[in-house]
Design a protein. Structure first.
Ligand code: LLP
Length: 413
């Protein structure tokens, strides 16, 4: 399924469902996800690695709705988590703890204990102190924790600075120049088994070349570690493959990327892991919204909609581009405008100086490619209840998270 969203007779559909129907019945703002698109991207990874021992561990942070997780668990995916809360979500969705890798630079004692008790696959460790803590907690529980060390391969991912992670100056991983001595020291600790090497160099990479370069560096490292007597059996190449947000963006191809990786790892005797998030769910989702007002300040046109930075913070935080499409195409042409929300911040925009459909109050629009880091980064800022989420499967759809209520806003206070 290349793109689940398409116009049929000037009406925008997700799979076989008219989006205005969802917006009218579920209300706006509202996130909509295509199950078919999520599964097709997961399968592109799984098929691209067919014949090699591998596991595709979906990065839960991108979209942690239980129905999305359940869909992926049932398709055979593993999960990449970065918190105890994400592990809890995976378990609630019926995911197998033995398919879970635990990444992140600041795992707490309680989170490590929880993960050990649940029997996760392994920990991607980011510091010597963390390895020492896992060693002592596992020993106390009488367990052996499988460990990979997240290596910082010093590769420039050429993406937005906030989502680039693989350079020496970043907080992530352990410098590739120092990691061999860290493995040597860790090899003496009880309660852990040093099985893997991992990396994640950044997110929204529109070219696969930096990922392939990182893989090459990690493979060389695996060779050196094995020569030094550390029997590495697993290679985790992280996530990071990007998606086209604007029509001008390159369109990274999952199959082509994996074909390059296959050539590199052939015969290396490694169990391969990947942690894709965005490339599985981003294009499967859109945020539906209703136009509230139009106004002009001087020469500037504003389209004020009922979605905001509270529901989709990516434009404000990363200058991200999301296409804004009308749910029904009209004959009123286009207008150059800022598409903004009701939140009291000048940074509250979904598009700036953008030529968009000349939509009027009451019309509905969709912010596209919003399935990743959309709802997952939504907040209650300005005391806005978080939107509902809808999952589309063919010609049917259902609400997979209800819209928050005012009572939800004050719960716990
Ligand atoms: N593995 C690790 C260790 C990660 O830190 C990440 C993302 C992933 C996997 C998944 O990366 P992906 O395949 O989704 O690129 N909020 C930002 C993206 C932050 C990504 C953080 N780490 C955004 O909206 O663009």
């Amino acid at each position: 399924m290349p793109n689940p969203f398409e116009y049929r007779d000037a009406v925008l559909y997700c799979e076989d469902v008219e989006l205005t129907k969802i917006a009218e019945q579920a209300g706006t703002p509202c996130y909509v996800y295509s199950a078919g698109a999520i599964l097709s991207r997961y399968r592109a990874y799984d098929d691209g690695l067919a014949g090699l021992p591998h596991r595709v561990c979906y990065a839960v942070k991108a979209n942690s709705n239980l129905s999305v997780l359940r869909l992926l668990a049932q398709a055979g995916a593993g999960f990449d988590i970065v918190s105890g809360g994400e592990l809890y979500r995976v378990l609630q969705a019926g995911g197998d703890p033995a398919s879970v890798v635990f990444s992140g630079v600041g795992k707490t004692r309680a989170e490590i204990d929880y993960a050990l008790e649940q029997g996760i696959h392994n920990f991607n460790c980011e510091s010597e102190a963390e390895i020492a803590l896992i060693s002592s907690l596992a020993t106390r529980l009488g367990k052996t924790a499988s460990i990979a060390i997240r290596v910082n391969p010093d590769v420039d991912a050429a993406t937005h600075p906030y989502i680039s992670t693989g350079l020496k100056e970043h907080k992530f991983g352990i410098d590739i120049a120092e990691v061999e001595s860290v493995y040597q020291r860790a090899a003496t600790l009880p309660g852990i088994s040093l099985d893997g090497v991992s990396c994640h160099i950044g997110s929204q990479l529109l070219a696969a070349a930096p990922l392939v370069e990182a893989a090459r560096k990690l493979l060389a490292l695996v060779g050196r570690l094995r020569a030094a007597g550390i029997a590495i059996t697993e290679l985790d190449l992280g996530g990071g493959l990007g998606v086209p947000y604007s029509p001008a963006d390159d369109k990274p191809n999952i199959a082509a990327f994996l074909a390059d990786i296959r050539t590199l790892v052939a015969g290396a005797g490694l169990f391969l892991l990947f942690e894709p998030g965005r490339s599985i769910v981003a294009e499967a989702g859109a945020l539906l919204s209703r136009v509230l007002y139009r106004k002009k300040n001087g020469e500037k046109e504003f389209i004020i909609i009922d979605a905001s930075m509270s529901e989709l913070i990516r434009p404000a935080l990363y200058d991200a581009h999301h296409e804004i499409l009308p749910l029904r195409q009209s004959k009123f042409g286009t207008v150059k405008a800022d598409v903004v929300g009701p939140v009291c911040e000048s940074g509250d925009f979904l598009a700036v100086d953008r030529t968009v459909a000349n939509v009027l109050p009451g019309d509905m629009v969709a912010a596209m490619t919003a399935g990743a880091y959309g709802f997952a980064m939504a907040s209650n800022y300005n005391a806005r209840p978080r939107p509902c989420e809808v999952l589309v499967e063919g010609a049917t759809w259902r609400i997979v998270r209800t819209r928050e209520t005012y009572a939800d806003l004050t719960r716990g206070e």
